[in-house]
Design a protein around this ligand. Structure first.
Ligand SMILES: C[S@@+](CC[C@H](N)C(=O)[O-])C[C@H]1O[C@@H](n2cnc3c(N)ncnc32)[C@H](O)[C@@H]1O
Length: 541
């Protein structure tokens, strides 16, 4: 392990009209808040600026026009063009909404009653679909979901990326979205929370009980950090994972066991989270499951009765206990204990074996990750003669870089989380890959010396998290001038902004763009949720 001078990085070898108003400024801080969670500064503008503003508590009859980013329904108030956003309103749906809050120059409403359903209504198979924060669009046919996602990417690329419709069309830049073949049971990881306050829908509030009847294990209701929607089964996770969830639900409230959920106010209580991860035995292909209890202290004797029940489920090969004594609500433990079986599970991705521990990052939809990584490989276009250098930015546990290493001369991966770097090195070893170097460091804090420790790459892969790339990294890439950049994004708004910078430059900062956008490929990794992944190919112009 070496330290890079200058930046302290460690080397470890192994078309909606109102959108147009945003065109003038697309810095991260100026993206509208419903396109990025990172800003509250710029908000959607209505067609005609007006003094009209609905009052808080006022009810309005509305028709949802389209789905905006994050899956909120975009509607306009009749005669005024005033924009309101409504969670779970779907295109074509006519409904009554109650104004809950003002956000800049638009308002948010909650749906009170549907007058007539949307165009592509389907019955949601999950009983929690109307409340759960996990899935928001189960009531929309899958074809309509992917169409809406494709449309959002298209709009953002035009309005934030500043690419013209003609350019996108004439050069076939915008590719049709790749749907996910498996629309349920696709998640290999779910994290449920234990809570001392059960979230109940409005109509059931009168049924609220006290004591352990109010305990819940499930998902946080949207907007409530302290209330948990009790979930007995989640249609997004695997069947064996649902068996474990049912087994825990069956007994954890039993007063004889002395188990209590952690209370986020009093900070008293034992059980914080239940994390379920599904992998595969790489030799047999049989699913294998890791169960991880996140608790506020280390008291394995309290978990013993649960262990007996869970370990009887044949797919369970690992039961872990992450102890997190902090008042925060994260699942990352300060200490980790193996209570049963092994401390990690395995998964296969593009012919490689990956070892997954309780806290390591791994693509959550393995099936669609195969599709995504194949697209990345195709975009990277490695000649396969082992002569090219790949720079894998935001490499996580090294999965993308390692899948490319087989055809490259060398892969250099950069990532902020030390544990992910350790996993990347382990994964390289596990697959006998020796031409990969993983480096821990913060890509938002690079300086002039960044780049001195690796040769000029032929291909850059950049897969940032939601805020996208820092301007320092954009500057670096524009100076580096690698022949090809494959930009993988989980946020099409910040992706569009970064593509704009890389291709068109940033005039006010005197930065010139030098890339040409060759293709944008949206991929649906998470059916029924608002998330959209994109793979973009840029070439030196
Ligand atoms: C979307 S994930 C991509 C992971 C990986 N490429 C993959 O496909 O599994 C983004 C990664 O960027 C890392 N990251 C976030 N901010 C970073 C920063 N400032 N510097 C370096 N890495 C960062 C995260 O820890 C995460 O692993």
């Amino acid at each position: 392990m070496a330290t890079m001078p200058g930046h302290g990085l460690r080397h470890v070898t192994t078309m909606r009209p109102w959108l147009r108003t945003f065109r003038s400024s697309t810095s991260l801080a100026s993206l509208p808040s419903h396109f990025t969670e990172d800003s509250e500064q710029a908000q959607p503008k209505t067609d005609k600026p007006s003094s009209y503003f609905p009052k808080r508590g006022q009810t309005l009859e509305l028709v949802c026009e389209s789905l905006a980013f994050k899956g909120k329904g975009m509607c306009k108030v009749a005669d005024t063009g005033f924009v309101v956003m409504c969670d779970r309103a779907l295109p074509g749906e006519r409904f009554i909404g109650r104004v809950t809050r003002r956000k800049g120059n638009y308002a948010e409403v909650t749906k009170v009653k549907t007058i007539s359903p949307h165009w592509d209504f389907v019955d949601a198979p999950c009983e929690y679909a109307s409340y759960c924060g996990g899935c928001k669009t189960q009531n929309l046919s899958y074809e309509a979901q992917v169409k809406a996602k494709e449309h959002q990417v298209h709009e953002l690329i035009i309005h934030f990326g500043k690419f013209s419709q003609t350019e996108l069309e004439s050069q076939s830049i915008m590719k049709p979205i790749v749907p996910c073949e498996i629309q349920f049971h696709y998640r290999n990881k779910m994290e449920f929370s234990f809570g001392s306050q059960k979230w109940l829908p409005r109509e059931s509030l009168m049924d609220r009980q006290d004591g352990s009847d109010n305990y819940a294990l499930g998902l946080h209701a949207p907007g409530f950090f302290d209330k948990v929607l009790n979930v007995d089964k989640c249609l997004l996770q695997s069947e064996p994972a649902n068996m474990v969830l049912a087994a825990v639900q069956d007994c954890w409230r039993d007063p004889q066991l002395g188990l209590s959920p952690y209370n986020v106010y009093s900070h008293v209580g034992f059980l914080k989270h239940l994390m379920l991860r599904t992998g595969r035995n790489v030799k047999t292909g049989i699913p294998e499951l890791m169960v991880n209890f996140v608790t506020s202290s280390y008291k394995p004797e309290l978990l013993q009765p649960l262990l007996g029940k869970i370990s009887a489920i044949p797919e369970v090969v690992s039961i872990m206990n992450n102890v997190n004594t902090s008042v925060g609500n994260t699942s990352l433990g300060e200490m980790e204990y193996t209570l049963y079986g092994k401390s990690s599970i395995t998964e296969n991705l593009r012919g490689l074996t990956f070892q997954i521990s309780a806290n390591s990052f791994f693509q959550t939809n393995t099936h669609q990750a195969e599709v995504l990584y194949k697209l990345i490989e195709d975009c990277a276009g490695l000649r396969g003669d082992g002569s090219e250098v790949v720079l894998d930015l935001f490499c996580g546990t090294g999965t993308i870089g390692l899948t490319l290493a087989r055809r490259a001369k060398h892969v250099y991966g950069y990532e902020i989380i030390p544990q992910a770097i350790a996993d990347a090195c382990l994964n390289a070893k596990l697959n006998a890959i020796q031409n990969a170097t993983f480096i821990q460091g913060d890509l938002n804090k690079i300086d002039e010396s960044f780049g001195n420790n690796f040769p000029k790459p032929d291909i850059v892969i950049s897969d940032p998290n939601r805020p996208g790339m820092h301007m320092k990294l954009i500057r670096f890439l524009l100076k580096l001038k690698a022949q090809r950049i494959v930009y993988v994004s989980c946020n099409p708004a910040t992706c569009a902004r970064d593509l704009d910078y890389l291709c068109h430059g940033v005039t006010e900062k005197g930065i010139e763009g030098c890339y040409k956008l060759k293709s944008i490929q949206p991929v649906d990794m998470f059916p029924h949720t608002p998330h959209i992944e994109c793979v973009c190919l840029l070439e030196l112009s």
